[in-house]
Ligand binder design. Structure first.
Ligand SMILES: [Zn+2]
Length: 296
């Protein structure tokens, strides 16, 4: 049961040492193996995270069991986190299944309702020794059950961030600062002044969602200006898909060549590509080599 570290501990270490921990979305055995392999090779603390859709795909028990088995084989700090939890029931189910932390995303609700739901989930999670993440402001783009049109999107207000953290007692905050889920249309425009202001107003670790497809220079600025957790999903999917595409260009149809229909060959190409992408992100976030001191 004790395979996973607390997310709070991992993120506080990042806050104190000026780097960000990568939170990588996992969906199946291969993505879990890729993430743990990357963490071991880079000696970087890591957060594995699942959306509710990923849990729906693989099964909650299966996801925890696979992550736990892979985590047993490493001394690198690993946490398991629910990404974009939609309500109290989802958060409670993951806490019961052995997750290290849960996000409650009530950012589409009016401010008082977001406060109320986040506070309820935090209060419950804290009785179980589990930390929480919450979101303020709204992101453009499409994610699991979260759809926000361009027009509706708005950024997090720094003063509201302080009030929100104080009232909800969430352990990490994901403020909208111009980031989007998925691929960016045109040049990303993050509001770094806003990020610095939020960093001054709250003491909890800050989370950057929608960090796939951002240029490395923007990522480094975010880490410098106070982000401690960076979520990556889309870039992992792209790495997998491109690697599998390359296989099917080589073998456009099943033939007498045995390798042309061995799913292990196909999935392993995807796994290796995901590992390489995750390692690159860890180096970009400044997390490589931090595992040992984060373990203390
Ligand atoms: Zn997100």
């Amino acid at each position: 049961m004790a395979a996973f570290r607390t997310t709070k501990h991992i993120l506080i270490h990042a806050l104190e040492h000026g780097y960000a921990v990568g939170a990588f979305n996992i969906t199946n055995l291969e993505s879990i193996q890729a993430a743990i392999m990357a963490a071991k090779t880079e000696q970087a603390p890591i957060i594995l995270q699942t959306s509710e859709k990923a849990i729906g795909y693989a099964g909650l028990g299966q996801m925890v069991a696979m992550a736990r088995e892979e985590t047993k084989r490493t001394k690198v700090p690993v946490a398991l986190h629910l990404d974009h939890g939609s309500g109290f029931a989802a958060a409670k189910a993951c806490i019961g299944a052995g997750y290290s932390s849960v996000m409650i995303d009530a950012s589409s609700l009016p401010f008082p309702d977001n406060v109320a739901l986040t506070r309820r989930v935090s209060a419950y999670a804290h009785t179980k020794g589990i930390s929480t993440e919450a979101e303020l402001g709204r992101l453009v783009g499409v994610e699991d059950k979260v759809k926000v049109s361009e027009r509706d999107a708005f950024m997090a207000d720094p003063a509201k961030c302080r009030e929100f953290v104080r009232r909800t007692r969430c352990d990490a905050l994901a403020p909208a600062i111009g980031n989007v889920h998925g691929l960016y249309y045109g040049t990303p425009k993050l509001d770094f002044d806003r990020l610095r202001e939020i960093r001054q107003k709250v003491t909890v670790p800050l989370v950057l969602h929608g960090a796939s497809d951002l240029p490395a220079s923007d990522i480094r600025k975010c880490v410098r200006d106070g982000i401690q957790k960076i979520n990556i999903d889309t870039d992992i999917r792209i790495a997998f898909t491109e690697a599998v595409h390359s296989f099917f260009r080589r073998f456009p149809r099943v033939s007498h060549t045995r390798g042309s229909y061995d799913m292990r060959t196909i999935l392993n190409l995807g796994r290796e590509a995901m590992t390489a992408t995750i390692r690159k992100k860890m180096r970009m976030f400044g997390a490589s080599g931090k595992a040992k001191s984060a373990t203390k």
